[in-house]
Write a protein that binds this ligand. Structure first.
Ligand code: SF4
Length: 386
C-alpha cells in the first residue's frame, strides 16, 4: 500500500460487456449477446491486447481484472484465450493478481476448475443479498442457492481468494434482513467483502420507478452502512476502503490502483484507462469497438483523453485517498502539492471534534462515522461540490 512515484507496474482491466439479462438497478455497459458476437468480441480483445502492448513495454503487469458485465457468461476457454494473450504480449509479475467477476447463475463446477487452471487466482462473486425476494426485487438472475453452490465449487476448484459483493438499501430490505445476509456471508468465510449502497441511477429500470420504490430513507441507509461496517469489523475484516473489507493481506490490489492513482489500461467498450498521466476511455459501443480494433484504429478507442491539471490532480488525490481508511499522509500531501492540507482545505477542528475525522501519526482519515457522510464533507473541500 506504499505510494511510489516511480511505479513501473501496471494493471490491466478487461471488460466483458455481456449479461444474461439486465438487473433493474444496473447502469454498467452490458447487454445480452449471441455466442457468435461473444466470439468476435473475444477475438477483438485479443487483438487489442496485442496492439496496445508496445506502449506498455517497460511495465510489469501485477494486476489483471476481468470485469463486466458478466465475464462468467463466457466459456472458460475464452478466458484462457484472453489470459494467454496477456501473457504473450505483456510482462507479468510473479505474484500477479488475476481477478474475475462471476455471477452465481453462470459458473459451473467444470468452468471454475478450468478458470483456476487458466490462471485466475481471485474470484469476485456477485451475491448482493442472501434473501431471494430481495434478489428478485433487484432483478438478479440467480437465487441464493446458486450462490451457495458456486461458492462451494469455487473453493473445491482451489480458489483461496474470494470476494463476495453485498448490497444495502435494496427495496424491501430491513436492518434484520441485512443482518441475515451478513451473517450468511460470514458463514462462508470469504477473504474479501465489498458492500455497496444501492444508487438509483438514470437510465436504469429503477430510475423509471424511482418515486414508488420501497427503499429505506437516507438515515436508515446510513445505519445500514454502519451495521455492515461493525459486523464485518467484529468478524475480523479490515475496513480498508469505504466499501471494501478484507482479511489481512487480501485487499484488492487491482482496485487499490484506482484509489492510489497508479497506472492501468482498460480494454473493451466503456473501459477507462489512466496511463502516463492521461485519463481516457473507450466509447460505450461493442460493435464500434470490434470494428475499430479490426481496422487497427486505436485512436477511435481513446475518447475524452485528458491530462489532469495540477489542481485536478490534487482534488483527485484527496477524493480517492480519503476513500481509504489509511487516509492522507500530511507530509506526502505537502511534498506533492507544496501546501499543507489545512491551508488548502481549511481548519479541520470541527470535523475532528464532531467525530468525523481523525488526525493521528501525521495522517488525516475519516472515522467510521465520517465514512458514512464522506461525500458531504468532501463536497465542502473539493470543486465537485460547488
Ligand atoms: S449482472 Fe452485473 S453487470 Fe449484469 S446487469 Fe446485473 S448488475 Fe449489471
Amino acid at each position: 500500500m506504499m505510494i511510489n512515484n516511480c511505479d513501473k507496474t501496471l494493471g490491466l482491466y478487461l471488460h466483458v460487456p455481456f449479461c444474461a439479462a439486465k438487473c433493474r438497478y444496473c447502469d454498467f455497459y452490458s447487454a445480452k449477446a449471441p455466442r457468435a458476437r461473444q466470439e468476435e468480441y473475444v477475438a477483438a480483445l485479443v487483438r487489442n491486447l496485442e496492439g496496445r502492448s508496445a506502449s506498455a513495454k517497460g511495465y510489469t503487469v501485477d494486476t489483471v481484472y476481468i470485469g463486466g458485465g458478466t465475464p462468467s457468461l463466457l466459456p472458460a476457454s475464452d478466458i484462457a484465450l484472453l489470459l494467454g494473450a496477456v501473457r504473450r504480449y505483456y510482462t507479468l509479475g510473479e505474484q500477479v493478481e488475476i481477478t474475475m467477476e462471476c455471477n452465481p447463475h453462470s459458473a459451473g463446477k467444470g468452468d471454475l476448475a478450468a478458470l483456476r487452471a487458466a490462471g485466475v487466482n481471485r474470484l469476485s462473486i456477485g451475491l448482493q443479498s442472501a434473501i431471494d425476494a430481495e434478489l428478485s426485487a433487484l432483478g438478479r438472475p440467480h437465487d441464493f442457492k446458486a450462490f451457495e453452490s458456486t461458492f462451494r465449487a469455487a473453493r473445491a476448484a482451489g480458489f483461496s481468494n474470494i470476494n463476495v459483493d453485498v448490497m444495502f438499501g435494496i427495496p424491501h430490505q430491513t436492518m434484520d434482513s441485512l443482518t441475515h445476509t451478513l451473517k450468511t456471508v460470514l458463514d462462508f468465510a470469504p477473504e474479501h467483502v465489498s458492500a455497496y449502497g444501492l444508487r438509483v441511477e438514470e437510465g436504469t429500470l429503477f430510475w423509471q420507478e424511482r418515486n414508488a420504490l420501497p427503499i429505506a430513507d437516507e438515515d436508515t441507509v446510513a445505519d445500514m452502512q454502519l451495521l455492515v461496517s461493525r459486523t464485518l469489523r467484529r468478524a475480523g475484516y479490515l475496513h480498508y476502503e469505504v466499501s471494501n473489507y478484507a482479511r489481512a493481506g487480501y485487499h484488492s490490489r487491482h482496485n487499490m490502483r484506482y484509489w492510489l492513482g497508479t497506472p492501468y489500461l482498460g480494454f473493451g467498450p466503456a473501459a477507462h484507462s489512466y496511463f502516463e498521466g492521461v485519463r481516457f476511455e473507450a466509447p460505450r459501443d461493442t460493435a464500434g469497438y470490434i470494428e475499430a480494433v479490426g481496422w487497427g484504429d486505436l485512436a477511435a478507442l481513446k475518447i475524452n483523453a485528458h491530462s489532469p491539471t495540477p489542481h485536478e490532480v490534487r482534488e483527485e488525490y484527496v477524493m480517492l485517498r480519503m476513500r481509504l481508511f489509511e487516509g492522507i499522509d500530511e507530509r506526502d500531501f505537502e511534498a506533492r502539492f507544496g501546501i499543507c492540507f489545512e491551508q488548502a482545505y481549511g481548519d479541520l477542528t470541527r470535523y475532528i471534534e464532531g467525530g468525523f475525522l481523525t488526525r493521528e501519526g501525521g495522517r488525516i482519515a475519516f472515522t467510521e462515522r465520517g465514512m458514512c457522510v464522506s461525500n458531504a464533507i468532501l463536497s465542502e473541500w473539493l470543486d465537485f461540490g460547488q
